[in-house]
Design a protein around this ligand. Structure first.
Ligand code: TXA
Ligand code: MG
Length: 333
């Protein structure tokens, strides 16, 4: 088992030392746990790809403590500055052209002329970034293709001893990966929906901002991560379920009063191993923060599949449905 250490000033100093020495640290953020390495050190960044089993064509997000640090790595245009003022620190990543003398390892960009950059909000992440004083490359701290971790235990279960230390700060507040906003082209476009919506971004930029989630397939996919089988539990998952089949688990949202079991009975009669509710009150933010943990809990060897109740496709519901669609597509076996 890897070393799991609760955040404290000595734990932060240890983690910073490991990172400066070229090691890997799983770090908490407000979105999901990240697998961090010194972004300036190509050998350290290569360890991330090896630990995750991540294809080399899939670039990484680089984390910095503030806008001033971002300006050293990427070209911030006017739109990027506006977005940074409104949403940083926070659960939003911008894709921007690499600065001319950007010191970040080319491996982070996977050969692209752009870099994904984020200023995280969680105090522990900020403290770690300041303690190690280098930008940190950090994808989600899970094996490539599986569900992102929202607790330290998820990280340990997924990555085991390939990580030198897990810095633990409890469960992640947001629970979904950051919104990825591409500002490197002529029009701003959201490549991965998250807690910050295209609508909120459009409001700040004063224009309509759309999504490009790569679901059209083909060669013009903008974010390499969109090509991958993703966020998949080991058992089939189906969306917009109106009833539950024998052997299936139910991932509920809101009231289960009208959910029945095929063959008779009410959903509320399902055993504990086969029933989770993302949010009994129908709160989408609560649902987002519970999503990955509950998907893992239902993928427990006792259920043959997961039936998910309908989740409204508005606000952060869009991001939840994006993750569910990828899980459903990935789990057809
Ligand atoms: O919330 C998050 O963003 C978490 C925490 C740890 O910050 N990180 C995370 O990283 O989710 P990762 O590697 O799992 O997802 C990064 C996504 C991938 O889909 C990747 O393809 C895309 O961002 N990406 C990274 N660099 C890119 C670039 N230069 N152009 C287009 N897409 C990029
Ligand atoms: Mg990931």
């Amino acid at each position: 088992m890897p070393r799991i250490v609760a955040v404290s000033s000595s734990a932060l100093n240890d983690a910073a030392q490991i990172l400066r020495d070229g090691g890997l640290v799983a770090m908490p953020t407000e979105t999901v746990y990240g697998l961090a390495a010194n972004a300036l050190d190509g050998v350290a960044v290569a360890k991330i790809f090896a630990a995750k089993g991540r294809p080399g064509f899939n670039p990484l997000i680089v984390h910095v403590p503030d806008v001033a640090a971002a300006e050293k790595l990427v070209v911030m245009n006017d739109a990027a500055r506006l977005i940074a003022e409104s949403f940083w620190p926070g659960p939003l990543t911008m894709i921007l052209p690499r600065a001319e003398h950007c010191p970040v390892s080319d491996l982070c960009s996977a050969g692209l002329p752009t870099l994904a950059i984020r200023v995280p909000a969680l105090k522990a992440t900020q403290d770690l970034l300041r303690a190690c004083a280098v930008p940190l490359a950090a994808p989600s701290a899970n094996k490539s293709g599986s569900i992102s971790p929202t607790t330290p235990k998820h990280v340990a279960d997924s990555l085991g001893d390939t990580v030198d230390m897990i810095l633990a700060a409890g469960a992640c507040d947001v629970g979904l990966e950051s919104t990825v906003l591409d500002l490197s082209g002529d029009v701003p476009v959201v490549l991965r929906p998250g807690a910050i919506t295209a609508e909120q971004i459009g409001h700040v930029l004063g224009c309509d901002v759309g999504y490009d989630l790569g679901d059209h397939g083909g060669a013009d996919v903008k974010s390499p991560g969109q090509l991958l089988r993703h966020y998949a539990p080991a058992i089939p998952l189906r969306m917009r379920a109106v009833d539950v089949a024998p052997g299936e688990a139910l991932l509920a949202f809101g009231s289960t009063r009208f959910m029945g079991l095929r063959g008779g009975g009410a959903a509320s009669a399902l055993p504990e191993h086969a029933l989770r509710n993302l949010s009994e009150n129908g709160d989408l933010y609560e649902a987002a923060s519970n999503l990955f943990r509950m998907m893992r809990e239902l993928d427990n060897g006792q259920n043959s599949g997961i039936a998910v109740m309908d989740i409204p496709d508005t606000g952060v519901g869009l991001a939840i449905n994006d993750r569910l669609r990828r899980a459903a597509a990935g789990s057809v076996k």
